[in-house]
Design a binder for this molecule. Structure first.
Ligand code: HEC
Ligand code: HEC
Length: 196
């Protein structure tokens, strides 16, 4: 699954040019942000299951994430290469641009029985940091509600591959796994997928 995702993305990348540098100086966040539309959708609302929507994420989360990609601290199939093409100033401008756009949930089906269980699990294990049912991107976390299910699953693989997981989140994940096995996480992702 992971391999297929990489191959598909490489094709997209090969057909695009990341001319981040050519915008240097005076480029607006919107102009810079448009170069991301091929994958993240127009205005940051992604249409594809392996790519997250980035509209509405907090400025802090955006900047931290792009810097982590740039430095190679957050593993990724593609973003580590892309982020290198943008200056710190570009990244700040894009952060303001994307933070100002409304996040739209991906149009996807969800298993409603599982989502109901997931809702309870979310409250108990995740709500503390992923507030308002995972719709908030405050506290330096991304948006979970309405994000594509496959992307959420890939993030778990990325955490295993070395993306730093906040200590307390790790603790909650462990507790959840102990209690419910892999099914708990699946229920959670169905819950996020069910959010409109
Ligand atoms: C070729 C496709 C592609 C392009 C172009 C692209 N991205 Fe991404 N982006 C991805 C994928 C796939 C991920 C998931 C991480 C990974 O595997 O690279 C991602 C993840 C992200 C994330 C993390 C979101 C989260 O919730 O944690 C941010 C932020 C982001 N991209 C910003 C951008 C910006 C800004 C641009 C334009 C300058 C851009 N991306 C261009 C494919 C792309
Ligand atoms: C102590 C706070 C905390 C708790 C509790 C927590 N998280 Fe997180 N979570 C975070 C932060 C902070 C990040 C962003 C990490 C980073 O900067 O890369 C994150 C990132 C994530 C991501 C990746 C999002 C993306 O767009 O890439 C997922 C998925 C996630 N959390 C799911 C969960 C689930 C499910 C639970 C409950 C079992 C949970 N988290 C509990 C703080 C928390």
């Amino acid at each position: 699954m992971k391999t297929r995702r990489i191959i598909k993305l490489s094709l997209v990348v090969a057909s695009m040019s990341f001319a981040g540098a050519s915008f240097a100086g005076g480029a607006s966040g919107a102009m810079l942000g448009n170069t991301c539309a091929g994958c993240h959708g127009t205005n940051g609302n992604s249409l594809g299951p392996a790519t997250p929507s980035i509209a509405g994420i907090s400025k802090d989360y955006f900047v931290d994430t792009m810097q982590a990609y740039k430095k190679g601290e957050r593993p990724a199939t593609i973003m580590t290469r892309i982020a290198k093409g943008y200056s710190d100033g570009d990244i700040k401008q894009m952060a303001t641009f994307f933070a100002g756009i409304k996040f739209k949930s991906g149009a996807q089906k969800a298993d409603l029985a599982a989502a109901k269980r997931g809702k309870k699990i979310h409250k108990k294990y995740c709500e503390k940091c992923h507030e308002n049912g995972g719709t908030s991107s405050e506290d330096d976390a991304g948006i979970l509600a309405g994000q594509w299910k496959p992307y959420l699953q890939y993030t778990m693989a990325d955490f295993q591959a070395g993306r730093e997981m906040p200590k307390k989140m790790k603790k909650k994940m462990k507790a959840l796994h102990k209690k419910k096995g892999d099914k708990g996480l699946n229920d959670l992702f169905e819950f996020y997928a069910s959010r409109k």
